[in-house]
Design a binder for this molecule. Sequence first.
Ligand SMILES: [Zn+2]
Ligand SMILES: [Zn+2]
Length: 142
Amino acid sequence: MKKISELPDLMVELLEAVDDANGVPKFPKRATEIVKEISAWAQTTNFYTDFAKDFRDFWAEGTPPEEIWMFMLQKIIHAPTVAHRDLSVIGHMPALEKALAAQRRCRVCGCTERNACPGGCHWVEWDLCSECAGKEGGGAHG
Ligand SMILES: [Zn+2]
Ligand SMILES: [Zn+2]
């Protein structure tokens, strides 16, 4: 089980993993893994379970993950205290995970229908784009 003290490190890793080179965040493989990890942990906290309904109702069905992420970043940047920052992350990470799960996205680079690779790409599989086809390396299947 994660401890709250591990959250800042995970968030730093997540901030580095999210690709926002073109101004619109992309969630490559590693970023979605960290989101899942933080989300799973967040849902075990008393803070989340106490306010779970409020957090679920906060986001309309179908809100894109990019929007939730940008909102969370603003909350993090403008948090008056460390506690406020951590609680924003705990509160909204499960919504981000859910939104990511609902989005068609390249499992490697994180590009989407509306946010393609530089130079353009197309789907070669449900969750794999033409830029990343054959680049996956190291068969992690099993
Ligand atoms: Zn890709
Ligand atoms: Zn692509």
